[in-house]
Design a protein around this ligand. Structure first.
Ligand SMILES: [Zn+2]
Length: 246
């Protein structure tokens, strides 16, 4: 029993909503996605809810308590832009920093203060997901605002799944598990958030800028590094096999 994914809203609690951006829909999608990807990668993970059902704080926190690590998946409201994470006053925020780094690397916007804690008036954790989940380290992750400057972009499932994939990468790093992109050939990327506009210097060197451009072009995660094995090289090989580099 290691990880548990919590869809932050569901059932009679829709969370934030703007047009077709409905928090409970996105957060269930995020929890299911991360849970599925972790099991593909051999990391034990469970879910607080598997469908659009109401789950009150008491039954939810008692489900979370036996696990070591929890992510409570959320989308924000209030017109802002970017991701943020909230950790307990009793944890060090290292994992949350890792998460934010992965989102940044993939080209997703983050808030000016993307990792923080919040206290209540009696000096404890403000959020019940921190206060009532015992020794489980719970991360509240707000991916993006349903009603902010990115509200059109997040309507795109590929854009959203690219964010969830960043979570998978951060978890792999923390767990020391080799990260492997989604095997379905539809490795999500935030391509639309990160248009390949940069002009490369034509100098004949395979430098990080060139690798990043290649990764953007092939729709694999953008980090400017050719890993061994490399998703971008795999994609290149697939396309060479097909005889179609476009
Ligand atoms: Zn929420």
């Amino acid at each position: 029993m290691s990880w548990i994914q919590d869809a932050g809203h569901g059932g009679s609690d829709p969370g934030a909503a703007k047009d077709s951006n409905i928090e409970k829909v996105f957060t269930l999608e995020a929890a299911l996605y991360v849970n599925r990807r972790l099991s593909e990668l051999g990391i034990a993970s469970s879910l607080t809810r598997t469908g659009d059902v109401t789950l009150n704080p008491a039954p939810k926190t008692s489900k979370v308590k036996p696990y070591k690590k929890c992510i409570s998946h959320h989308f924000n409201a209030g017109g802002g832009s970017g991701a943020e994470t909230i950790h307990s006053i009793y944890s060090d925020g290292k994992f949350e920093k890792l998460l934010i780094e992965e989102l940044k690397k993939a080209g997703y916007p983050v808030r000016p203060r993307p990792v923080y804690t919040r206290k209540n008036s009696s000096g404890g954790d403000y959020y019940y997901m921190h206060r009532l989940t015992g020794s489980c380290r719970t991360t509240i992750l707000e991916y993006e605002f349903v009603d902010g400057p990115q509200s059109e972009k997040i309507k795109d499932k590929t854009y959203r799944e690219g964010m969830y994939e960043c979570v998978v990468r951060a978890i792999c790093q923390e767990e020391g598990v080799h990260y492997e992109g989604s095997g379905s050939g539809q490795t999500p990327t935030p391509q639309k958030a990160n248009p390949p506009k940069e002009t490369l210097t034509v100098d004949g060197y395979l430098n990080p800028k060139t690798i990043s451009a290649l990764q953007r072009y092939f729709g694999t995660p953008v980090d400017g590094i050719i890993s061994k094995p490399s998703l971008v090289i795999k994609e290149l090989q697939r396309r060479l096999n097909k005889g179609n580099l476009g």
